[in-house]
Unconditional design. Structure first.
Length: 357
């Protein structure tokens, strides 16, 4: 089987969780013997070719398609910015189209000025795709509630991650509390801004807020908190993969206070690195941060409730150690990237290819 993956973002140097997830998916597919070609937009650096069992990576240009579409069995779209290309490939070459909905934009972009445009694009792709992959049961249920016809051609396959290292470095004696992601309302930055002063009034620790690319209001909240607590709150910007993994491994707790979360990649990455996680009980997070995992859920938007839950973890070594111990093994058992790729081939690609034959 030959698979063409379309994405606007790709590692190294990814600026979104989509780029990280796609790179891991492509590598896992290639390791299974699937000839995998990744077509990437908006890249100004040299693209790596295939090495060993790795995928072939190509930079898109307006002049020509870098591969011959007639040689492929399926097109897998990850980024709506490439939706027109995906639709053209499906129409002109009769290629089955698979779309991974990394979020439902009508839920994520409720207050964005561009919401109407991008929601219309997504609705079009959801309508024409031969198969739609959702990252959690919660996302699929929400999508099918609005478009019942999706029920017969949609699937739930979570993002996968590589197996955790065999041994993890010991946590720092007084590690920071960490937030990583976009400084946006959907990621719970408003709650974070209310929570940090409460915690610092009762606990002499420190916070690291790693991320960016958010909305204006969210960015302003982070800037104000950093200015208010310059010695206790550091904002390093986006971190590369190795630095982020090291930060997670050294952390006391990783916070995921999202208002809307289709999956919960940050929570998964943190648990993989052995970090205790405190996450909002919404959407895909309720499936990623399960009872046997390395994290806990908070079913409230009250900052005082979050403060008490957070202080219980950071002030109780036995609780922290139990979460650290469970996290990596839970991730390995339930979210292995190779296993997710096997499901993608068997459940989605094969069915869609057979349906268009």
């Amino acid at each position: 089987m030959r698979v063409m993956i379309l994405t606007a973002d790709y590692a190294p140097g990814s600026w979104s969780g989509i780029g990280v997830a796609v790179e891991r998916q492509a590598r896992a597919l290639a390791s299974l013997g699937i000839e995998t070609h990744v077509l990437v937009a908006n890249r100004a650096i040299d693209m790596p070719g295939a090495s060993g069992t790795g995928p072939h990576v190509h930079q898109l240009s307006r002049q020509r398609c870098p591969v011959d579409p007639r040689q492929f069995d399926v097109v897998h779209l990850h980024s709506l910015a490439l939706s027109e290309l995906a639709e053209e490939l499906r129409r002109r070459f009769d290629l089955p189209l698979v779309y991974t909905a990394h979020s439902l934009l009508r839920l994520e972009l409720q207050e964005s000025a561009d919401a109407g445009l991008w929601c219309a694009v997504q609705e079009r792709i959801l309508t024409i795709s031969d198969g739609v992959v959702f990252l959690s049961r919660a996302e699929r249920l929400a999508a099918v509630a609005g478009a019942p016809e999706l029920a017969t051609r949609s699937y739930v396959i979570p993002n996968g991650v590589p197996a955790p290292p065999d041994s993890l470095p010991p946590p720092e004696e007084e590690g920071p509390i960490v937030f990583a992601g976009r400084f946006a309302r959907s990621k719970g930055v408003e709650l974070l801004g209310q929570l940090i002063p409460r915690v610092l009034a009762r606990w002499p620790g420190r916070f690291v807020l790693a991320g960016g690319h958010g909305d204006t209001a969210g960015t302003r909240i982070v800037q104000n908190i950093a200015a208010q607590f310059p010695g206790a709150c550091r904002v390093p910007g986006w971190l590369n993969r190795n630095d982020l993994d090291a930060l997670f491994a050294a952390s006391a707790v990783v916070l995921v206070p999202s208002r809307y979360e289709p999956f919960g990649l940050v929570a998964l990455e943190a648990m993989r690195a052995g970090a205790p996680v405190l996450a909002a009980g919404v959407g895909g997070l309720t499936e990623v941060v399960a009872p046997e995992s390395g994290g806990r859920l908070v079913y409230s938007r009250d900052p005082e409730v979050w403060c008490r839950a957070l202080l219980e973890i950071v002030s109780t070594p036995a609780v922290r150690e139990a979460l650290r111990r469970r996290g990596p093994q839970y991730v390995k058992a339930h979210f292995d990237s190779t296993r997710m790729a096997e499901r993608l081939v068997a459940e989605v690609y094969s069915a869609c290819a057979a349906g268009r034959a």
